[in-house]
Design a protein around this ligand. Structure first.
Ligand code: NAD
Length: 501
């Protein structure tokens, strides 16, 4: 069994009441109140406004006006860049308060969230740098009579919809790039973890972002998400969440042919060859599967092990799993926190039970942990999984590792690719031929070689197949929030169509 850290009651808890940010003002909603019960502590920690379509309409109208007539899109790149740098500094200065909300509302280990906040600050700074470098192209090669100039223009109003598992990090993968391009936005965080995004609203105002440029509304997808993805005054939707809602988003946006950027689910394989460094791999396997309680789009939830080392690799991973510290999200020592809701806990444990019923075995863990409050699950290793089982194909989104085996590189690549998802993958081998052979043939947006889940603001991130559409981060991230316009300019006398005949 893993090491357990029983949650302590939250000291001096005062339930935080939040309003929404619309057109530069904090305001109530029309749909009542949403209460957030902390998944690790079982008590209400936040109350948000439940927005209605009326509220969403107000937010979209404010963003539209700010884009059509406001100062933000008309500023120089340098001015926008300086504002984004001020936001980054404010995030860094308020990191502890922001981290507390993500830890408590999403059940994430506080030490891990502090790392995510550091990553978010870096992304805001990177976007600030790109704001000054956004440019188009010129063509001076079209003959004496023509000069072609290709402009990059801000696309307009962007709806940004985010999930609960990395509340602050994911809004930071979208909003600063949209702002760098000169767009305005309506942001809707998950109704389960809206606190840190609402706190960001306060920092944006403090940094000098003009009223209406960023509007933050809270509520369910059913109440306001649909309108945010279909409204004719919205030009683009940037969505991160489940593949099911991603498809719905694309359908809604198709009515008005909005640009859509989708970051969706994953079923990410790690392929391990017989010559891999098993000590390093075992550590990465445990990290990849149990980080964020496996509630991670990038979770390395499928191990595809060469048959000759499978037994030893599973034994090493089980030994490390017993050292993982599960429990109180607010304890500095915790590595795996709580499961987001009781309903989601049931979904994860049902997946494990179904795998057992289908003939798989449990090599470690397997069920819930009673820590006196909240809902927690033991890191779990399911062995003897075959590619046809649901646990090998569907996103479980919990601390559950499925283990499959292979004999040849071709077979490993086939198993890796034979699912609907294609977000990321890992390959472990001392031989470059194995790493590159797999790396080039696996259909995934990111392939790690002899490491797992590393990232940087400079490196694009996104999925193949049903893991998404488009890429975030990287030097092209700002361009995603632009339209392309051609200026075709004539020089000198024009040879006319009619006169020549
Ligand atoms: P979800 O799809 O249930 O919800 C995501 C967001 O969409 C929430 O804000 C929700 O309120 C909103 N929403 C729900 N219904 C909507 C609708 N009809 N129209 C518009 N918006 C709607 O996902 P979740 O449970 O919050 O997050 C977990 C999922 O997110 C997992 O599948 C995970 O893989 C995925 N994810 C992907 C990435 C990535 O970058 N690829 C990152 C994190 C999470």
């Amino acid at each position: 069994m893993s090491i357990q850290i029983r949650p302590a009651a939250i000291a001096g808890l005062k339930v935080r009441e939040f309003e929404m940010l619309i057109d530069g003002r904090w305001t109530g909603g029309q749909g009542g109140i949403i209460e957030r019960v902390a998944p690790g502590h079982g008590v209400t920690v936040s109350r948000y406004q439940a927005a209605t379509e009326l509220d969403a309409n107000r937010a979209i109208a404010a963003a539209r006006t700010a884009f059509d007539t406001g100062p933000w899109p008309r500023m120089t790149g340098a001015e926008r860049s300086n504002t984004l740098l001020r936001v980054a500094d404010l995030i860094a200065a308020n990191a502890e308060e922001l981290a507390w909300f993500d830890a408590v509302e999403a059940g994430k280990p506080i030490a891990q969230v502090r790392g995510e906040l550091g990553g978010a600050v870096d992304i805001w700074r990177y976007a600030a740098a790109l704001a000054r470098d956004l440019h188009g192209e010129s063509y001076n090669t079209l003959g004496d009579g023509t000069l072609g100039v290709v402009l990059r223009e801000a696309i307009g109003v962007v709806s940004i919809i985010t999930p609960w598992n990395f509340p602050f990090l994911i809004v930071s993968q979208k909003l600063p790039f949209a702002l760098a391009a000169g767009c305005t936005a309506v942001v809707k965080p998950s109704e389960l973890s809206s606190g840190s995004t609402l706190l960001l609203g306060r920092l944006l105002i403090e940094a000098g972002i003009p009223a209406g440029v960023v509007n933050i509304i809270t509520g369910t997808g059913a109440a306001v998400g649909s309108l945010m993805t279909s409204h004719r005054d919205v030009d683009m939707v940037s969505f991160t969440g489940s593949t099911g809602v991603g498809k719905l988003t694309m359908r809604n946006a198709s009515e008005t042919l909005k640009k859509v950027s989708l970051e969706l689910g994953g079923k990410n394989p790690q392929i391990v060859f017989a010559d891999a460094n098993l000590e390093e791999f075992a550590d990465a396997a445990v990290f990849g599967a149990f980080f964020n309680a496996g509630e991670c789009c990038n979770a390395g939830s499928r191990l595809i092990l060469h048959r000759s080392i499978a037994e030893e690799a599973i034994a090493r991973i089980a030994t490390l799993s017993a050292k993982v510290r599960v429990g109180d999200p607010l304890n500095d020592e915790t590595q795996v926190g709580a499961i987001i809701t009781p309903m989601h806990f049931d979904k994860v444990t049902n997946h494990v039970a179904a795998a057992e019923a289908a003939g798989a075995g449990i090599a470690f863990g397997g069920g819930g942990l009673d820590l006196g409050m909240g809902q927690f699950m033991a890191p779990t290793i399911v062995s003897g999984v075959t590619p046809d089982m649901a646990i090998a194909r569907e996103e479980v989104f919990g601390p559950v590792l499925s283990v499959l085996t292979f004999d040849t590189l071709d077979e490993a690549v086939h198993i890796a690719n034979d699912v609907d998802y294609g977000l990321s993958a890992g390959v472990w081998s001392a031989a470059m031929d194995n790493c590159l052979g797999v790396g080039r043939r696996v259909r995934a947006g990111t392939v790690w070689m002899n490491t797992f889940m590393d990232g940087a603001s400079e490196l694009p991130f996104g999925g193949y197949k049903q893991s998404g559409l488009g890429r975030e981060l990287g030097r092209h991230a700002v361009e995603d929030y632009t339209e392309t316009k051609t200026l075709n300019m004539h020089i000198g006398a024009r040879s006319t169509w009619w006169v020549q005949r």
